[in-house]
Ligand binder design. Structure first.
Ligand SMILES: Cc1cc2nc3c(=O)[nH]c(=O)nc-3n(C[C@H](O)[C@H](O)[C@H](O)COP(=O)(O)O)c2cc1C
Ligand SMILES: [Mn+2]
Length: 502
């Protein structure tokens, strides 16, 4: 099998897997869907297809990615790490040795060549074409998510633009506040590629928005790729099949053939509007701020098009799993530049940019600080507010173990690095928007090389006794719940510790 080819195929798969519930009762897109969804997401419940949304004849799909299992199903992969290894296979390609190796190498290269989007003549996304005054956002079940939101927001769009200098396409997920039947705001933040395309364009930039994509392509709109890489390329690579595009009707662009709905339009350089407030993924309302206005020139869609939505808010929400997919999928690319990184974790409760726990193969004094600076210089990870560095044997996904290492190994006067740099657009904590403090905590083992005392050995039971107790366990007759957290903190493996103690 391969990942689902379009949203309908995806819905069918979810249904087959017992991962989707259809709701026939009439529901209000204003607040009610949010509350239903919030309870469902937090209980790790199913994807929801609302078939009877008040005021619209289009069904609304939400919570399609709301669990790790569904995120894996989206990629048709056993784990998110296995998606990552597909990427690292290509990134870490070595010159082939021998025939078998060469054939394998060619297959890998072919998988890259086949990733390029393909232009086709017709697409289901244009079964219905509504231009100019016939086009109206009023037909869509756009949600007003939270009580103090300024208006309804399109929350799950793949926004397509081109760089006027290079022609390179960009696809980004930027929410769109409904301003009227043919206008929305475009919330591309200061660090984002769509905004850079807009800033580089004189006068007017054409924009197309795809709604209701296959799950992999939808995910890639949220992926933090370097600006010169087309997100549809990544989608093609991860799908194992190119994204098919058709010519748009009223703009000189190509749009996904498999989408449920396409919005075509443009943005004038100097036309801004108040965007927000919006209940954001920070768990707080983002106050109103100036953003450009998107003007709609056409809506094209499938017959009976399904409208995709997502709600962000206090974590955990559905976007947590899109974020976890990015965390896993981008690990190989991060290791290309910072190979000493063993693993990292961006806690969901930290809204991803607030905290990064990273384990490293420490080889010299100051290595933890080197990695902190590398992360603060790496793509969107540069916005990370706090970094905790641990040794290679620490499980970064086990927050209790990380807390143990921080408590045990950190001298705050020595191991805390305070610095400054760019911060997330939406972060309300810094005194100034976009810029503020950063903290790095070095929770690795130190040693005389770093001017400390001898680092003490960790406590470890001898293997002989462990074996003995394993063997005799039944005999003792002690009932234990093995899933309880006791004894979860692991032991260091030794070689580096010995190195540091020299
Ligand atoms: C559900 C969801 C909503 C998002 N909303 C916005 C948004 O309104 N504005 C924004 O700049 N980024 C938003 N993002 C993050 C961007 O999609 C992400 O940074 C992506 O990498 C942007 O594409 P780009 O790197 O091509 O700019 C959102 C992400 C998700 C998952
Ligand atoms: Mn991009």
């Amino acid at each position: 099998m391969a990942p689902a080819g379009d949203l309908r195929d995806w819905i069918a798969r979810l249904e087959r897997e017992g991962e989707l519930v259809r709701i026939g009762a009439e529901v209000d897109p204003e607040l009610e869907i949010t509350e239903i969804n919030d309870r469902t997401v937090k209980a790790r419940g199913p994807a929801l297809l609302f078939e009877n949304v008040k005021g619209s004849s289009h069904p609304l799909l939400i919570n399609q990615f709301g669990t790790e299992r569904r995120m894996c199903l989206a990629f048709d992969a056993p784990s998110l790490d296995s998606v990552a290894s597909k990427l690292s296979d290509v990134l870490e390609m070595q010159p082939p040795q021998g025939l078998v190796d060469k054939v394998r190498g060619l297959q890998k290269l072919k998988s890259i060549a086949d990733s390029r989007p393909k232009t086709v003549r017709r697409g289901a996304s244009q079964e219905v074409v509504l231009e100019r005054d016939d086009a109206s956002l009023d037909v869509l079940p756009i949600q007003k998510c939270w009580p103090d939101d300024a208006a309804p927001f399109i929350t799950f769009p793949a926004v397509i633009t081109h760089d006027p200098r290079t022609g390179t396409r960009n696809v980004g997920m930027y929410r769109m506040q409904k301003l009227g039947p043919r206008a929305t705001a475009m919330h591309w933040q200061i660090h984002k590629d769509g905004r850079a395309d807009y800033l580089a364009t004189e006068g007017k930039i054409e924009v197309a928005v795809a709604l209701g994509l296959d799950p992999v392509t939808a995910y890639t709109a949220s992926a933090p790729l370097p600006k010169h890489i087309d997100e549809f390329m990544l989608a093609g690579f991860l799908r194992g099949e190119p994204v098919e595009l058709v010519r748009a009707k009223t703009v000189d662009m190509e749009v996904p053939a498999n989408a449920e709905i396409i919005l075509e339009g443009y943005i004038n350089k100097d036309e801004l509007t108040d965007e927000g407030p919006f209940g954001d993924h920070t768990g707080y309302y983002t106050p109103a701020e100036s953003f450009p206005v998107f003007h709609l020139t056409a809506i094209t869609m499938r017959r009976d098009a399904i409208y995709p939505s997502i709600v962000v808010g206090k974590p955990p929400q559905e976007d947590a799993w899109l974020g976890k997919a990015t965390e896993r999928i981008f690990l190989p690319a991060i290791r290309m530049t910072v190979p000493e990184i063993v693993d990292y974790d961006l806690p969901i409760a930290g809204a991803f940019h607030n905290c990064c726990i990273v384990s490293i193969r420490k080889a010299f004094p100051g290595h933890a600080q080197k990695v902190m600076h590398a992360i603060w210089g790496l793509g969107m990870l540069s916005l990370t507010k706090s970094i905790v560095v641990v040794d290679e044997w620490v499980n970064v996904h086990d927050y209790e173990e990380v807390m143990f290492r921080v408590g045990a190994n950190v001298d705050p006067a020595r191991d805390v690095l305070l610095t400054e740099g760019p911060l997330d657009h939406l972060d309300h904590a810094p005194t100034r928007q976009f810029y503020g403090g950063k903290i790095g905590i070095d929770a690795t083992h130190k040693g005389p090389q770093e001017g400390t005392r001898e680092w003490p050995p960790e406590i470890e039971m001898s293997p002989e006794v462990k074996e003995l107790v394993d063997r005799r366990w039944e005999e003792y007759g002690i009932p234990l719940d093995s899933s309880a957290g006791n004894g979860r903190i692991r032991q260091s493996s030794g070689p580096l510790r010995r190195l540091l103690r020299r």
